[in-house]
Design a protein around this ligand. Structure first.
Ligand SMILES: Cc1cc2nc3c(=O)[nH]c(=O)nc-3n(C[C@H](O)[C@H](O)[C@H](O)COP(=O)(O)O)c2cc1C
Length: 311
């Protein structure tokens, strides 16, 4: 029975983006359990077709002091400051996960085109299947600015792409006036796919301490609160470029997933849902999507992509 179901899901849900073969459109988003191979392996075993690592930089980063995460109405606000051990130290986690057969996308961040290119090259050497360039972390100076300036974005994408043989995915920020223009800049510079969106810049205030709750001040909002923003961004990017899109931002259940596909996403990132629920959310989304497809006569996920653009 289980075998029959998985054979059917492979037929209906598998797809390829930028040459990366995925057994389903669901990915674990960056920053969610992505700092150790054991947790990433658990996400793969729970139904994620691929995992995106925590963003990795050339040098280790401590990140910001606590508090770095607070739950707000309908969302999470975080300003972690990209804490990570650095790509050299993390290479063994990528190697270990690859030896177990997972699809691994290494997220990288930096403050200059050279830093991105070097970190990406090291992640490729460690065996990553693709690179996701995080140019969109709203609370880390240097990184946020790259994703808000088409010229800086082009330089980072062109130099990073030049250092790679594997596909380059560029993760865009919603904190811009025209996300379609940023996607076009990434496409012109050689990106193979777009990931959208990173978190939306926000703030929470502790009224007794009379100061922002997070030590860094502002943070990035994720979860259900940002779903309509993320959907609008994916819809606009689909109109702007022909690249495959990994849509993410507030995907909590299978109806959210179908909405993102119809807005034009080819694959889907799941992040905060793992915090609100647990890793079983991957299977639940997949089962719901399969049921919806069967009941409505769709034979493959690809038939759903971009449908909302045809009316
Ligand atoms: C605690 C936390 C840490 C994150 N760290 C990263 C990161 O290192 N790199 C990155 O590109 N995105 C990071 N993100 C953003 C997520 O990958 C995702 O783009 C965003 O949360 C929207 O999706 P969601 O609503 O499903 O969480 C982080 C999000 C959260 C909540």
């Amino acid at each position: 029975m289980t075998q029959g179901r998985s054979r059917r899901s492979a037929m209906e849900l598998s797809l390829e983006i930028a040459g990366i073969k995925l057994k389903s459109p669901l990915l674990l988003s960056s920053g969610i359990l992505g700092l150790c191979w054991r947790l990433m392996k658990r996400a793969l075993d729970s139904g994620a077709a691929a995992v995106v690592t925590k963003s990795l930089t050339l040098a280790p980063r401590r990140g910001f002091p606590n508090p770095t995460l607070v739950e707000v109405r309908c969302g999470l606000l975080n300003a972690m400051g990209i804490p990570n051990p650095g790509i050299k130290e993390f290479s063994s986690e990528i190697r270990r996960l690859k030896s177990l057969g997972g699809v691994v996308i290494a997220s990288i961040a930096g403050e200059s085109p050279r830093e991105y290119a070097e970190a990406a090259g090291l992640a490729e050497e460690a065996g990553a299947d693709a690179i996701e360039a995080n140019v969109s972390c709203p609370h880390v100076g240097g990184v946020a600015e790259i994703g808000q300036d088409p010229g800086a974005l082009r330089s980072v994408v062109a130099e990073t792409k030049g250092a790679l043989r594997i596909p380059l995915i560029v993760k865009l920020s919603p904190n811009v006036a025209d996300i379609g223009a940023m996607a076009r800049a990434a496409e012109d510079a050689g990106a193979d796919a777009i990931s959208a969106i990173n978190t939306v810049k926000g703030l929470a205030i502790d009224i007794y301490a009379k100061r922002p709750v997070l030590s860094a001040g502002a943070g990035g909002l994720s979860g259900p609160a940002i779903k309509p923003i993320a959907l609008r961004c994916v819809y606009e990017i689909r109109k702007a470029v022909d690249l495959p899109i990994i849509g993410c931002g507030g995907i909590l259940n299978w109806t959210d997933a179908v909405e993102f596909l119809m807005a034009g996403a080819n694959a889907l990132g799941v992040g905060s849902a793992v915090y609100y629920r647990d890793l079983s959310v991957f299977r639940e989304i997949l089962e719901g999507m399969e049921r919806f497809m069967r009941e409505n006569g769709y034979r493959s996920v690809e038939e759903l992509i971009g449908l909302a653009h045809r009316v």
